[in-house]
Ligand binder design. Structure first.
Ligand code: GLY
Ligand code: MN
Ligand code: MN
Length: 439
């Protein structure tokens, strides 16, 4: 973890051990009753306005269980089958010379086996026949749906189409939800997943260090975005989410994305930008002064946000629910806002319309689970456990004063405490000013 950015980020491309995906499947299978079957579909390739497709967003559960990215792939688990080879089956799209001419190489059976560790691989055309045979020996059917608590499910997914098709053909089976099982499993990261997130964090750190050298009055937010893009892509990474490069009061828009303004002297610049590496994400925010030095007022607010970040990292503990952790962060923030003179004790005691006054300046969550999705799945009402990776991201936003400050690190919860995966990214105000003085 203490390796320098240049050393770690420039290692050869990171590859997963297929045993990791096998372990993930075993963890899922151990939760399934006998005479059950589970199916996970990849996402659709979504069309653009014309004759092209958008880049595929791999279905995270499919990747978690197989390491396969190719469009239309289906995983079928039938864990209690007498025939051992039928316990995990992968269905992939058949290659054709025409498809390969336009789209490049498709998976062969051998490639699919070596990535996933699944020995039984078929083309998709075989799916209905094999599925029918296994359904005849199955009582409980576990199907997948997007049950992220904040998901906006307007577009029907392949999994949802598959649910409709299956229920129509086999109306008398007992249908169950796969999502709660997968949320519980995916929240606890395995060693290989932590390594992938660590790699994404290292590339993210290098991106930040590079961009900090380019920040000065007159530079545009999009020029800084271009520096990040170059740094990420040269390490075979992509943006984990649309980058937020927000100078001055733009930082008060929480998911600002136009990145179109010119950075002004005296302003702060909020950089919420991170890399995704082999489908695993980092999530980093730093707020830095455009001209290299914080004003006394900016530094005062910055230090409040930093204290809440540090204490909220200490507050992450196995056995505590995310809700309790959020409440703790809000009371830490209340104290800071009172000390800063932004709220009074009497205001804090009088929530208006059930709305906590602290939300006027700190209106988002203190953090979220991080992994294959940036806002990763995790059981929201259950206690956190060793192996969860959480972002910790307090902020204070003051549009009247023309700035917002957010700081965000990614933290692994262990049975012995926490490991801050971003602890080598400068964060103390003096360290930020020292970094900026190198420009
Ligand atoms: N970058 C999005 C977030 O911090 O949640
Ligand atoms: Mn975040
Ligand atoms: Mn973020």
């Amino acid at each position: 973890m203490k390796q320098t950015g240049a050393k770690f980020a420039s290692q050869p491309p990171f590859l997963f051990d297929p045993l990791m995906f096998g372990e993930h499947r075993e963890r899922l299978v151990s939760l399934l009753p006998s005479r059950s079957l589970a199916v996970v579909n990849n996402n659709d390739l979504l069309p653009t306005n014309a004759d092209a497709s958008m880049p595929l967003v791999v279905q995270s559960d499919l990747f978690y269980l197989t390491g396969i990215e190719q469009e239309q792939t289906i995983l079928l688990l039938h864990p209690h089958a007498k025939d051992e080879a039928s316990r995990a089956i992968l269905f992939i799209r058949a290659a054709s010379p025409e498809k390969e001419l336009w789209e490049g190489r498709k998976l062969t059976f051998e490639m699919a086996r070596s990535i996933s560790g699944i020995q039984q691989v078929h083309y998709l055309e075989e799916f209905p026949r094999i599925f029918h045979r296994l359904m005849c020996a199955t009582d409980h059917v576990f199907l997948n749906s997007n049950e992220h608590s904040r998901a906006d499910n307007e577009v029907e997914t392949r999994d949802e189409r598959f649910i409709a098709w299956t229920r129509k053909r086999y109306p008398l089976h007992d249908y169950r939800r796969l999502a709660p099982l997968l949320h519980g499993l995916r929240a606890v990261k395995s060693q290989g997943e932590v390594l992938a997130i660590t790699k994404a964090c290292a590339v993210t750190r290098d991106g930040f260090l590079r961009v900090a050298r380019h920040v000065k009055p007159g530079v545009t937010e999009y020029e800084l975005e271009a520096e990040y893009a170059h740094e990420f892509i040269r390490h075979q990474c992509r943006f984990a989410y649309p980058p937020i490069i927000a100078s001055g009061s733009n930082a008060c828009c929480l998911h600002y994305q136009s990145n179109s303004a010119v950075c002004q002297p005296g302003d702060l610049l909020l950089l919420d930008v991170a890399a995704r590496c082999r489908n695993y994400n980092a999530d980093l925010t730093r707020t830095i002064p455009v001209n290299g030095r914080f004003t006394p007022r900016q530094k005062q607010i910055y230090k409040s946000v930093l204290r809440v970040l540090r204490q909220s990292i200490r507050n992450l503990k196995p056995g505590k629910t995310p809700k309790t952790w959020q409440r703790e962060a809000e009371s830490l923030m209340e104290k800071e806002l009172v000390d800063l003179g932004l709220l009074s004790m009497s205001e804090i005691k009088r929530p208006k319309d059930g709305y906590a006054p602290v939300k006027k300046y700190f209106m988002h969550g203190i953090g979220h689970s991080l992994g294959l999705d940036v806002h990763d799945v995790a059981p929201v009402d259950e206690p956190m456990r060793a192996g969860w990776v959480m972002t910790v991201e307090p902020g204070i936003y003051i549009p009247e004063e023309g700035f917002g400050i957010r700081l965000e690190n990614d933290v692994l919860i262990t049975s012995k405490g926490t490991r801050d995966l971003m602890d080598d990214v400068p964060i103390e105000p003096d360290a930020i000013e020292d970094l900026m003085s190198l420009r």
